[in-house]
Design a binder for this molecule. Structure first.
Ligand code: GLU
Ligand code: ZN
Length: 508
């Protein structure tokens, strides 16, 4: 299972028993905007915790003051809340038995563990300068030897140490890797092993005393009793080091067990390159601003390395939780497909009950950027048209173009639509249609349809051809929501006035 081979104390490093309740963690560094790769990691951990009845720990890895920001931290909290990915232990008001959950508030803990590792001989002071390291690495490379740290300071005598100090050198703390192959069974990738020459001794504390990711991440996983580390494949190379560090932590009484590891597949973007967090389509905020539903986005992101079943790719979050198993995650890279994400979101929009849909669109309808004067918005008209709009949207932000005819003083002015619809003798057709509509029963969309149909018949046009000029006269667009319901909701006065305006424009 997950313990490193040749563990010096097999008793204490027994992998987790079947009965233990899983504890997983999501532990981002608050740098920049949340991106979809990060959300996929959060989602898989969360789904695993909820599926197994385990515990979701949310930890903030903010030990790099130069890169971390408070703004990014707040964005992370806000994003997870928007997505509904809740946590059982973590920062903010949630708290928990292992608080604090922000690493910047845990510096004393790391200093203490580093000292214990050093005292027990698992770590040592390394006085090598960057120039010396570079030079020896270059020489090793030329000689065809492994070019990682060469163990130069592993066994310095008191005199050598004294001499280095007298020279005014500073030292970092380096972890002493065991001289043996590290093997473990990845939950996604199966058995993996790493030969010692590929995993050299590594720094855990900087010369200025600042602890590094290599130390704080496994130390907190140990102290927070994490049982399953599910994270991106990009972190796979740090896993053998962390397993060795765990063994040392077990020996000094800081850790109980080595967790199991599962490395989630890369997410590929355009041109089969790894999706970078700097790619615009990777930004979570973009999806939120366009009006993806949390459940639509989660549905799509869950398919990046996992599948529900061969014939079902639309499912609810509850279904995902019920079905999710880390053993079903595929090790092959997953391709990020925006069109598929949009199609899945469109399906989720259709699944909403009308009331929820009506409310979900409100932020876009009320936003100041919407293309009508804010005071024109009419809640009753919106509620009347909403059921017809629901089947038309890919993302919620599409709503404004679908209903703007209701709230604008005049239809949108779109020359291409006008030219396309106003063919043949539009004046004759619109004049008849207007007269028929003026006499029609406006309480019935069927009656309005009959009015336009009759006008078409009189001029030798089928319904489709007859309604196109009416639609463009009233909405400005050639495509849109069902026309006769639209006319009814817009109302008799305004509809007829718009047809009059179109007739005036045609005659001008
Ligand atoms: N803070 C690390 C990162 O964001 C976490 C890595 C891990 O999950 O172990 O890359
Ligand atoms: Zn050294």
């Amino acid at each position: 299972m997950a313990s490193a081979s040749g563990s010096p104390s097999p008793k204490s490093s027994t992998p987790l028993g079947q009965g233990a309740s899983p504890r997983v963690r999501f532990c981002p560094s608050p740098t920049g905007n949340p991106h979809v790769g990060l959300v996929r990691t959060a989602l898989f951990n969360w789904a695993f915790a909820r599926h197994t009845g385990g515990t979701m720990v949310f930890r903030i890895e903010d030990t790099d003051a130069a890169r971390d920001s408070e703004e990014s931290y707040h964005q992370l909290l806000d994003s997870l809340r928007w997505l509904g990915l809740d946590w059982d232990e973590g920062p903010d008001e949630v708290g928990g038995p292992h608080a604090p959950y922000r690493q910047s508030q845990r510096m004393d803990i790391y200093a203490d563990v580093a000292k214990k590792l050093r005292d027990a001989g698992h770590a040592y002071d390394c006085y090598c300068t960057t120039a010396e390291l570079d030079e020896r690495r270059e020489a090793a490379r030329k000689a065809g030897r492994p070019s990682g740290y060469d163990g130069h300071c592993r066994a310095l005598t008191a005199e050598q140490t004294e001499a280095y100090r007298a020279e005014g050198r500073t030292s970092i703390v380096r972890f002493r890797m065991p001289d043996e192959t590290i093997t473990f069974t990845d939950l996604v990738r199966g058995d993996l092993s790493f030969a010692p020459e590929n995993v050299p001794d590594f720094g855990i504390v900087r010369a200025n005393g600042a602890p590094l990711y290599t130390l704080v991440n496994p130390v907190d996983d140990a102290l927070m009793e994490i049982t399953h580390v599910l994270r991106g494949e990009d972190l796979l190379s740090s896993t053998p080091r962390q397993i060795a560090l765990y063994q040392a932590l077990i020996e000094i009484g800081v850790a109980k067990d080595v967790p199991l590891f599962g490395h989630l597949p890369y997410v590929m973007g355009e041109g089969n390159k790894k999706l970078s967090k700097r790619d615009p389509e990777a930004s979570l905020n973009l999806y939120r601003e366009r009006g993806f539903l949390p459940e639509g986005l989660l549905n799509y992101l869950s398919l990046l390395g996992w599948s529900f079943s061969a014939d079902k790719d639309i499912f609810t979050v509850a279904e995902l939780v019920e079905k999710f198993d880390i053993a079903d995650v595929n090790a092959n890279p997953a391709r990020f497909d925006l069109k598929k994400a949009e199609a899945i979101n469109a399906d989720h929009i259709r699944l909403l009950d009308v009331k929820t849909f009506t409310e979900a669109c409100t932020p876009w309808l009320r936003a100041p950027h919407a293309n009508w004067p804010a005071e024109n918005f009419d809640q009753a008209a919106w509620e009347a048209i909403a059921p017809y709009a629901q089947t038309r949207l890919t993302v919620l932000s599409d709503i404004t173009a679908n209903v703007d005819f209701l709230f604008r003083d005049t239809p949108v002015d779109d020359e291409a639509s006008w030219a396309k619809a106003m063919k043949g003798d539009p004046i004759a057709l619109l004049t008849t249609a207007r007269a028929n509509l003026a006499d029609a029963d406006w309480s019935s969309p069927e009656a309005l349809k009959a009015a336009v149909l009759a006008a078409g018949e009189q001029h030798g046009l089928k319904l489709g051809k007859a309604q196109a000029p009416v639609r463009v006269a009233v909405t400005g667009r050639t495509v849109g929501l069902p026309l006769f319901e639209s006319l009814q909701i817009l109302g008799r006065e305004r509809s007829l006035a718009r047809i009059d305006a179109a007739l005036a424009k045609l005659s001008a």
